[in-house]
Design a protein around this ligand. Structure first.
Ligand code: IPM
Ligand code: MG
Length: 358
């Protein structure tokens, strides 16, 4: 029997609770498929800093690189906010992404029919929304030099090289080919030189994908269009910070940020993680929504392990739990038949995933 090696990084806040549920669902699926998982837990974030003095111990990188995929919860919290920048949990995550070379962050924002009333937008605006944000993840202003601060000045630099833009653009076009064949590239080319290069290079790359329609949009307009008429988007191709912002906005089309998964991929090992943070305010209460992490585990099965059928089982199980009215607290006001704890909804989804037919 195949045994996949999964590095588990539970992290801080609600991280451990939600990763535990994703593991429960993965094991349930494995029980009716011809593979199994071997998990190895490693530390990152505030918990890693507390134990080792480093938010990203070397062992975490080594173990992750020796696995088939990384399943990640969330990191950070007020407790570590006053540390020097390089000791902060977020710095550990950014360094981790860089070490693993995961330059493409895929963030699907799909509105479940069952939750069409859960968004702050009108149902007719968001019904059937199916967007894939393809966010560049290891470049741009998050990493550009020079950066720094003194008493009176703080500075960061937004840099993109031609090769960084080319590789993320290829990803976006390839993904679009399997979807509705439309890429909207987001930039601020009316103001930023880096964005002008971005636009030119994306346009050049698009010549290799004549079957995909390319449009360009300024990021401020994109933020507006996302709430005005989100159905106009298929694939949104963005740089690092624009994608960070727009993917949080896109999550609200879906009702709760607790629903949105992501896959970070590159040339080596991929990282699968919810798009939300560690929510320290609700940690340990059993009210966090684990669906984003469970759906990230499904993306891991699909993109890293090529176990498409097993991934579909999880996706169908999530939908079934929602259509039968099971809701965690964040979605309790929306057609809930029963409000569940984190572990209850995890068990329900695990149960359905194990039963779903091939
Ligand atoms: C995300 C998060 C991270 C980011 C933070 C925690 C560093 O907001 O994954 O979207 O900005 O990339
Ligand atoms: Mg973010």
């Amino acid at each position: 029997m195949k045994k996949y090696k999964i590095a588990l990084i539970k992290g801080d806040g609600i991280g451990p609770e939600i990763v535990d549920e994703a593991v429960k669902v993965l094991d349930a699926v494995a029980s009716c498929c011809d593979f199994d998982f071997a998990y190895e837990e490693v530390l990152m974030g505030g918990c890693a800093y507390d134990i080792t003095g480093d938010p990203l111990p070397q062992e975490t990188i080594t173990t992750s690189l020796n696995s088939d995929a990384v399943l990640f919860g969330a990191i950070g919290g007020e407790k570590w906010d006053s540390l020097p920048r390089e000791k902060r949990p977020e710095s550990g995550l950014l360094r981790f992404r860089k070490e693993l070379g995961v330059y493409a962050n895929l963030r699907p924002a799909v509105v479940y029919d069952e939750l069409v009333n859960a968004s702050s937008l009108k149902p007719e605006i968001i019904k059937s929304v199916d967007i894939m944000v393809v966010r560049e993840l290891i470049g741009g202003i998050y990493f550009g030099e020079p950066k720094g601060r003194d008493e009176n000045k703080g500075w960061n630099t937004m840099v993109y090289t031609r090769s960084e833009i080319e590789r993320i653009a290829h990803q976006a076009f390839k993904i679009a080919q399997k979807r509705d064949k439309r890429v909207c590239s987001i930039d601020k080319a009316n103001v930023l030189d880096v964005s002008q290069l971005w636009r030119d290079v994306v346009t050049e790359v698009s010549a290799e994908y004549p079957d995909v329609e390319l449009t360009h949009m300024y990021v401020d307009n994109a933020a507006m269009q996302l709430v005005l008429n989100p159905k106009q988007f298929d694939v949104m191709l963005t740089g690092n910070i624009f994608g960070d912002i727009l993917s949080d906005e896109a999550s609200m089309l879906c009702g709760s940020i607790g629903l949105l998964p992501s896959a970070s991929i590159g040339d080596k090992i991929g990282v699968y993680e919810p798009i939300h943070g560690s929510a320290p305010d609700i940690a340990g209460q059993g009210i966090a929504n684990p669906i984003a992490t469970i759906a990230s585990a499904s993306m891991m099965l699909k993109y890293a392990l090529h176990e498409e059928e097993a991934a579909n089982k999880i996706d169908r199980a999530i939908k079934r739990a929602l259509s039968e009215g099971y809701r965690t607290k964040d979605l309790a006001q929306y057609d809930a038949k029963e409000v569940c704890s984190t572990s209850e909804i995890g068990s329900i989804i695990a149960n359905y995933a194990a039963k779903c037919k091939h």
